[in-house]
Design a protein around this ligand. Structure first.
Ligand SMILES: Cc1cc2nc3c(=O)[nH]c(=O)nc-3n(C[C@H](O)[C@H](O)[C@H](O)COP(=O)(O)OP(=O)(O)OC[C@H]3O[C@@H](n4cnc5c(N)ncnc54)[C@H](O)[C@@H]3O)c2cc1C
Ligand code: SF4
Length: 494
């Protein structure tokens, strides 16, 4: 041990990566309770001691929101959980969420120096540990609020981008209203990612703490229908708008049989189960409980869909993916968990037709075997069909989880918002759209991406919106001689 009471690097190197305790696979494949149970304090401290406190902090460069990872991890190692929470919450408003769903193996952990000679520090597990500790021991956000500016800001969509921006803007003293089309706030965190991966109580608490600092959330309001962006700015007195409405419009494969009864988009299937709690006996919204389900795709959405089908009783619940396992974009932990829960992986398989019975119900999926060829534009090996390899998988439900795209509702009603060829909003370096005072971030700009990237956009855009509003106010004051927020509401209409 070194003089300061800390372990020497060689001692730290001897500590093995700690495992995350998880609910038994047999039990959890029949219920929606959270799979991972969280690290106990002593185990978290032991894991944190593995950090070498590197000077060049490679792990931080891999984090889209630049969390000061060694600073919070070393505090955990010392048992200073309050200090760790201070550091973490300063960089990341929603660590309980990112600690659970971030693809750490592709971000911070892949760059951790310890990965070179073994396993990386379990940064994600430690982030979750600190977030849960803070949620239990600290009362909501410890936010210092700036004095009111008099500016009104509207946010469209309450996913991770919208919620993060809302919190940041409220802390800067602006009056923030979030408009959400669904009856509950949270975006994909609530309607897409299942309870067994991200308990909704965590999202609810985050929303409550935003409300506690003055953020107003209006659900059941569809921007583009209830109000247009122009209505918000011209009639409702908002001086700036942040569009964070995600990219939730499902994409289908376009194969025969997609109109059969028993075919869902992953979006619809997961929304029915997660948001409408279709698995509860008294739920108003039904979902088909497949005897044999097939889910098509290889990402997190597909993994959530097939594990949900398994929990609703499907046996087998089969995942069909046209490439090989190595190319699956889903988080590695979810793939392991799915496997433990008995999900069948049908790799290198391309669905070519959904087969129906005489009454129009799904009875099977016709597929073709694939082999890997030359790399395509994405750099991944291109799947090539093997002639004569067609076969059928019997099933009564098919869920397509092959991607989503932008919903055109909002842009159709605001034609001065520039979109790219895929329908996503075009923004400048400050995340401002082609319309003055209207900013955007998250999936509606990036296309389907990740929670942490959406949160990063929310945080960065809040800073540029704050600057935009204050600069506008200064120009206004320069012209009219007025001072203070009360004279400012006309800024957005200039
Ligand atoms: C099933 C599933 C699993 C995923 N798993 C992971 C994971 O494990 N890890 C990870 O990092 N990422 C994951 N992702 C991706 C991640 O959830 C998204 O990248 C992220 O949620 C995008 O955030 P956002 O705030 O841009 O949009 P969203 O979360 O999509 O939120 C947009 C919100 O805007 C609302 N809205 C839409 N249109 C309007 C309108 N006109 N008016 C008002 N409100 C509107 C929507 O109802 C929604 O609530 C997953 C995605 C899905 C679908
Ligand atoms: S790279 Fe790994 S060992 Fe180094 S500071 Fe980051 S978490 Fe610690």
């Amino acid at each position: 041990m070194a003089e300061n009471g800390k372990l020497k690097p060689a001692e730290r190197m001897k500590i093995q990566r700690q495992a995350m305790p998880a609910r038994d696979a047999g039990v959890r494949s029949r219920c929606f309770e959270e799979v991972n149970l969280g690290l106990p304090e002593q185990i978290a401290m032991e894991e944190a001691k593995r950090c070498l406190e590197c000077k060049d902090r490679k792990c931080v460069t891999g984090c889209p929101v630049q969390i000061d990872i060694p600073a919070f991890v070393t505090r955990v190692a010392a048992g200073d959980f309050a200090g760790a929470a201070e550091v973490l919450l300063n960089d990341n408003a929603l660590p309980g969420i990112s600690g659970r769903v971030c693809p750490q193996e592709k971000q911070c952990e892949v760059l951790c120096i310890r990965a070179k000679k073994g396993e990386p520090v379990a940064i994600g597990y430690l982030e979750r540990f600190v977030a849960d500790w803070a949620s239990e021991h600290r009362n909501g956000h410890v936010a210092t609020l700036a004095s009111p500016t008099g500016f009104k800001v509207a946010i469209v969509g309450s996913g991770p981008a919208g919620l993060t921006a809302a919190g940041e803007l409220a802390k800067k003293g602006h009056e923030v209203t979030v408009f959400e089309a669904f009856h509950k706030p949270g975006g994909v965190l609530v309607y897409g990612i299942p309870e067994f991966r991200l308990p909704k109580e965590i999202v609810r608490k985050e929303v409550e703490s935003l409300k506690a600092i003055g953020v107003k959330i209006e659900c059941n309001v569809v921007i583009g229908r209830t109000y247009t962006i122009d209505d918000l700015m011209k009639e409702e007195g908002f001086q700036a708008v942040f569009i964070a409405n995600g990219a939730g419009l499902p994409v289908f494969m376009g194969i025969p049989g997609e109109n059969l009864k028993g075919v869902y988009s992953a979006n619809e299937y997961l929304t029915r189960v997660n948001l409408m709690k279709a698995y509860e006996a008294n739920s108003d919204t039904p979902v088909l409980r497949a005897k044999k389900a097939v889910v098509i795709g290889g990402g997190n959405t597909a993994m959530d869909g097939v594990r949900t089908a398994r929990r609703l009783g499907a046996d087998p619940a089969t995942l069909v993916y046209r490439r090989s396992r190595a190319e699956m974009p889903a988080r590695i932990e979810e793939v392991h968990h799915a496997e433990e829960e008995g999900v069948v992986f049908q790799m290198l398989t391309l669905p070519i037709e959904i087969l129906g019975d005489e009454k129009g119900w799904v009875r099977g999926l016709k597929c073709q075997k694939m082999q890997l060829g030359e790399p395509d534009k994405s750099g991944r090996a291109r799947p090539v069909p093997i002639p004569g390899s067609e076969f059928e998988i019997p099933c009564d439900v098919v869920v397509e989880a092959i991607g989503t795209r932008a919903n055109p509702l909002l842009t159709q009603t605001t034609p001065d918002l520039k979109v790219n060829e895929k329908g996503y909003l075009v923004v400048d370096a400050d995340n401002m759209t082609s319309k003055a005072g209207v900013f955007a971030g998250g999936d509606i700009v990036r296309g389907a991406a990740t929670v942490i990237l959406a949160m990063g956009d929310g945080k960065r855009t809040a800073a540029t919106m704050d600057r935009y509003l204050k600069e506008k106010a200064q120009r206004h004051e320069g012209g009219s001689g007025k001072t203070g927020g009360a004279g400012i509401p006309s800024v957005g209409r200039q």
